[in-house]
Design a protein around this ligand. Sequence first.
Ligand code: IDP
Ligand code: MG
Length: 139
Amino acid sequence: MERTLAIIKPDGVARGLVGEIIGRLEREGISIIAMKMIWMTKGQAKAFYKVHAGKPFYEGLTGFMCSGPCVVMVLEGKEVIDTYRELMGATDFKEAAKGTIRHDYATDIEKNVVHGSDGPRSAAFEIAYFFNELEILKR
Ligand code: IDP
Ligand code: MG
């Protein structure tokens, strides 16, 4: 079993896509083992996205991530990191496969509706960034 961090970003929450995105996870058979709503400060967004520090989109991305509430979730399943990234679609929504979240809903590469960890190391860092062990279901 693997875990990954998923975020419904401020554009997804503001546009009323929370139910739609969670429905897609449930229909895929992915287990949600932790979930909450947060509104990050700029400092929290910058530390979360520190791997992108120095890139041209870092300021815009972190400003956007603290512009409104997000839903953060821990997902669990077999190969869930890749399965969820497939559900999200490519970073550039114009290249995202039909039927993916970004293909269907993204309007701007800086926003992108959803976030997902890109590997086991980033998943471990990102889950611990938002959740302590008491907040994650054990089954
Ligand atoms: P990912 O979200 O598909 O893992 P990353 O390359 O990790 O993509 O980028 C993180 C986030 O930064 C993206 O989801 C998107 O919001 C933003 N981003 C990535 N590339 C660009 C870009 O070229 N212009 C503006 N924003 C970008
Ligand atoms: Mg990424």
